[in-house]
Design a protein around this ligand. Sequence first.
Ligand code: PHE
Length: 350
Amino acid sequence: MNELDSLVESAQQLFAQAQTPNDLENAKAQFLGKSGKVTELMKGMAQLSVEEKKSRGAAINLAKQAIEAALTTRRQALADAELEAHLKAEVLDVTLPGRRCGTGGLHPVSVTMERIEGIFGSMGFDVAEGPEIESDWFNFTALNTPEDHPARSMHDTFYVEGGTAHAPNLLRTHTSPMQVRHAVQHVKKYRGLIDAGQTMPEIRVIAPGRTYRVDSDATHSPMFHQCEGLWIGENVSFKDLKVVFTDFCKTFFEQDDLVLRFRPSFFPFTEPSAEIDIQFQHGPLAGRWLEVSGAGQVHPNVVRNMGLDPEKYIGFAFGMGPDRLTMLRYGVNDLRLFFDGDIRFLSQFQ
Ligand code: PHE
């Protein structure tokens, strides 16, 4: 084997040993680089005669081509191997079913809350929110509830530690504290007008939220929801309450023939007071009277606690139960189902 053949062979061997493209480029430099073996051979021809240059040059060129061919082949082989390894590493089974993207949805009671806000919003009511840990003052005293009222007892109310009459000391038992809380803010805003003997803009607000009582059975949960409504102005009467609430119920249940009944009742903070019952004219509950809200004309003492003159300002309030409205709308008979968080139950409302 002549010197050139063995050069080609040693290049082929070295290229075959290269395991990475980097190794291969280093091996290539040894033969084809600036001071590589092939380059050196070319330089060595300078002293030869023209005839000798021709034959020697042709032979070196052949060897060079053979080395380049070996290089190309190895380069391709290494690239193929790399691709192969890459494909193996990321196995993708295109026959597997795709992953579902869970869409989630609103809780049925949240859907009801949004409906309530939407309907009252269209009648010009604002939406206000208040604290769930409330003071004795806003929850009871400001609402004309006497010291010895049974609702204040530990059997009915969750008290929290500490607290004074005005500082938070209980979990609100209804959303009615929002009547005075909201009105006080409103009155503060329009104090100037009121003091100047002018008339302030009416208070028209609903206050939805969580409420708490020591109570638990199929139709009572220790945590439940209420939505308060309040409309105070110079000329707001019980008739307005009837119109507004009747309109609301018919829209909420999408039943124009729904019948409402205002049954005399008692609340310390309204006088006169009523329970509002509804009666469906068709469907599984048709003919039964179903209680949906307490209501009444705001008591003069409460109007006074709002910072207003009860001789000038008058209005009504109501407090309804969105949980119960949701049960009636969907025909659910156990309130606890709403708060168990069982996805099999909840997903039926999506
Ligand atoms: N707060 C009363 C309750 O929880 C409902 C109510 C609100 C009654 C407003 C009258 C006026 O039962």
